[in-house]
Design a protein around this ligand. Structure first.
Ligand code: AMP
Ligand code: MG
Length: 420
């Protein structure tokens, strides 16, 4: 460059041609349109974190029979009296070992939690309310009709939609599916993601660093976040700032993956070739987003693969992944719920900010001595400081207009929810 042209620094307020975070998210969602349509059968245990392609419909009633919610005595509610009353014990029922004999009015059956209710008994008396002398059972205290019984089909009825299509399966739901006796479920194919880091200065773990070189950390943070999203991963290593190497890597990635993610090289530096390569290979937009950190972002398509060119700075990578890539991957995976959750919370820190861009400050949600939740910042917020991400458990989101906040103000918080 012959002339020195001052460029706006990262600390400057918004630029007229930059997109808002929401606009960028909308454009991404619009380009995706359809989730992956391929599906496969999957054993229940392997269905953890997978997305249902077909709803789970109950083929049984849960529980399948009326059973006792307590250890006690099964009786007819019509025997209940206001004063103490005595019934005759005629048998005993265990969970899995029902009492099959008859029970008449004036009689009762000793019953354990989970045991099938005998005959037409409709009420269970807690054993703590009972005095037992041989087979004479005297019941004290106030008892109500129908108490302590779990009814057949109380949890699930035949034909109930237990989990809808597009639902991502949690540990609780593995149990729910198992309780129906279902061994296999139909899930969507996992999204395939290829990713690589770009930069001549980057070295992989195990290599010796020469002057000016650094270890590649973005491939590790991206790997971790992709793992948490349960996608299939193709790690393509580090690619040099070299047009032909980038071209080859991008072409290979687009043949193998649904989504390509790169980091670095999307800015305006002399060795930032991503833009040139993408213009040649696909339809990609380069965006300046009114956010901090993470302003430059490339997004589009190379052949059929979606492309995300994330910035190089380690914190920017994680912020842009969280704000743009994570929901796109969930949408592509067919998950019905794909946006990140936010909540309002008291912030105890003072935060300085200039109006113009949305800021994603790294925050820590903590509980005070009364059990109330608050948030504070992690301190230093430079976009290269990965430590701030490791200390944090949430983003504090300060909107474009915000010009800083005083201690004990209500702020919007986005918990990492295990993704970061
Ligand atoms: P770039 O956008 O390529 O100019 O990168 C911006 C900054 O992030 C530079 O300081 C890079 O050295 C750094 N950086 C880029 N990629 C990585 C990476 N994979 N791991 C760690 N730092 C990186
Ligand atoms: Mg670079």
């Amino acid at each position: 460059m012959s002339e020195f042209t001052p460029q706006p620094s990262c600390a400057d307020a918004s630029e007229p041609n930059s997109l808002s975070v929401t606009q960028a998210q909308e454009r991404i969602a619009n380009l995706i349109q359809q989730a992956i349509s391929a599906w496969e059968y999957c054993a229940v245990r392997d269905a953890l974190d997978r997305v249902l392609h077909q709803p789970i419909i109950s083929t049984v009633e849960v529980p399948p029979h009326a059973n006792s919610a307590m250890d006690g005595y099964a009786i007819y509610s019509s025997d209940i009296k206001d004063e103490a009353f005595t019934l005759k014990q005629v048998g005993i029922a265990f969970a899995g070992k029902p009492y099959n004999g008859e029970v008449n009015k004036g009689e009762c059956v000793r019953i354990m939690t989970g045991a099938m209710m005998p005959s037409d008994c409709d009420t269970v008396i807690m054993q703590e309310h009972v005095e037992a002398k041989d087979s004479n059972i005297t019941i004290h205290g106030k008892q109500s009709h129908g108490q302590n019984v779990r009814h057949a089909g109380e949890d699930l009825k035949l034909g109930d939609v237990v989990l809808p299509e597009g639902h991502k399966i949690t540990p609780a739901e593995l149990g729910l599916i198992a309780s129906l006796g279902i061994a296999e479920v139909v899930v969507k194919r996992k999204v395939r993601v290829a990713f690589f880091s770009t930069g001549d200065e980057l070295r992989s773990i195990g290599e010796t660093l020469e002057a000016g070189q650094i270890y590649d950390s973005n491939r590790y943070t991206i790997y971790g976040m992709l793992k948490r999203l349960n996608v299939d991963i193709l790690d393509m290593g580090v690619v040099a700032d070299d047009k032909s190497a980038l071209r080859t890597a991008l072409q290979l990635a687009s043949q193998q993956a649904d989504v390509i993610i790169t980091s670095g090289g999307v800015s305006v530096g002399e060795a930032d070739y991503i833009k040139e390569m993408l213009t040649e290979l696909g339809q990609v937009d380069f965006w300046k987003i009114a956010m901090k950190p993470g302003r430059p972002l490339a997004f589009g398509k190379i052949n059929n693969a979606l492309f995300f060119g994330l910035p190089g700075n380690p914190v920017s990578v994680m912020v842009t992944f969280y704000q743009f890539v994570s929901s796109a991957l969930r949408q592509l995976a067919g998950q019905s719920q794909h946006s990140n959750q936010t909540m309002q919370m008291n912030c105890v820190s003072q935060i300085r900010k200039r109006p113009g861009r949305v800021e994603f400050q790294r925050g820590i949600i903590f509980s005070d001595e009364t059990g109330q939740s608050h948030v504070k910042t992690t301190g230093e917020q430079g976009s290269g400081i990965l430590r701030s991400m490791s200390l944090a458990n949430c983003f504090i989101i300060l909107n474009e207009e915000c010009d800083g906040i005083q201690p004990n103000s209500i702020v919007t918080v986005q918990p990492f929810s295990g993704l970061i």
